[in-house]
Design a protein around this ligand. Structure first.
Ligand code: A3P
Length: 315
């Protein structure tokens, strides 16, 4: 049931017919809704959760653009919140036997019926979303719930997104075309820059509500970022926990090497149909250098400079 094509409502059909459209990277179309690009099958889900979802002050939202480290952050937040129930060192830990996405649902991909994993989970509910700030359900915007935003430099984000779309069907034909689309903001949940900027501004205006992270910073200093994250979501690391290195234990549990080598992440598919292994590629900063031409890199740098301007956000 999860992520299957749902009946498209009359409301959604009318909306789709009124929206700007472009060809998607893969067969199908993208539609620009509230300034961001979505395939039609997601639009119905977005509308439904915008109409129905009721936020709670205790909710913890994890917001990302696809391919910016969602899987890693899901694992870390899950491990942090549940560390008294599940010892991060244990070989019985749920993250050893489940892909992080199975433990941490997406707001807009959950069916709005009795099987809804989001609605039924005990507080704090851990909820992921790729929605831009402008498209969050009103109840989320009004609630005191916490939002953790993670993004990644656009060159690596583009590259990771490219591999995600085409890894099962390697093609170089699409390389130039998708790069051009990404540069214009035409990609899943794009434009990259507007997505990041929305949450960046919120994090400055409302630092107690939005915590803004970059993948590169997490890689550089994971320990201190994990501490900051724990504090922000209301699960601070105690002195006693520091004395037995709980931070390192969680980082090890959630590390790329550990997660990507687990049997549960090497084989099989999620209910969404995605191969579990597809969420783990290289997990490095700067892989774009091996793929983008200097001209492409320069182009993205120029767009980044122009779009982010004096906001203080840089990549
Ligand atoms: P690469 O394609 O650059 O390797 P998402 O989780 O949002 O789908 O993002 C996927 C990206 O995060 C991929 O990047 C993937 O390899 C990387 N990733 C997955 N798990 C990770 C982890 N535990 N630590 C660091 N990076 C990770």
């Amino acid at each position: 049931k999860y992520l299957q094509e749902e009946e498209v409502s009359e409301e959604c059909r009318e909306l789709i017919s009124s929206l700007p459209t472009e060809k998607d990277w893969v067969p199908g179309n993208l539609y620009q809704y509230q300034g961001f690009w979505h395939p039609s099958k997601y639009l119905q889900k977005i509308l439904t959760c915008q109409n129905q979802f009721q936020a709670r002050a205790s909710d913890i939202f994890l917001v990302t653009l696809p391919k910016s480290g969602t899987t890693w952050l899901k694992a870390m937040v899950f491990a942090l919140v549940n560390r008294t129930t599940y010892d991060p060192k244990s070989t019985q830990h749920p993250l050893v036997s489940n892909n992080p996405h199975e433990l941490f649902p997406f707001l807009e991909f959950e069916p709005r019926n009795d099987d809804n994993q989001v609605d039924s989970s005990p507080p704090p509910r851990l909820i992921a979303t790729h929605l831009p700030l402008v498209s969050l359900p009103e109840s989320v915007k009004k609630s005191a719930c916490k939002l953790v935003y993670l993004c990644r430099n656009p060159k690596d984000n583009f590259l990771s997104l490219w591999h995600w779309h085409f890894s099962n069907n390697p093609t170089t034909e699409k390389w130039e075309e998708t790069f051009e689309k990404f540069s214009r903001g035409v990609n899943l949940y794009g434009p990259f820059w507007d997505h990041a900027l929305g949450y960046w501004k919120q994090s400055l205006e409302n630092p107690e509500r939005v915590l803004f992270f970059k993948y590169e910073e997490l890689k550089e200093d994971p320990g201190n970022h994990l501490r900051k994250l724990a504090e922000f979501i209301g699960f601070p690391i105690s002195k006693e926990e520091e004395s037995f290195n709980v931070v390192d234990q969680i980082l090890e549990l959630c590390s790329f090497d550990h997660l990507s080598n687990l049997e549960v992440n090497r084989t099989g598919k999620l209910l969404s149909g995605h191969n579990k292994s597809s969420f783990f590629r290289r997990g490095e900063v700067g892989d774009w250098k091996n793929h983008l031409t200097p001209k492409m890199a320069q182009k993205l740098d120029e767009i980044t400079k122009e779009k982010l301007g004096a906001s203080g956000l840089t990549f």
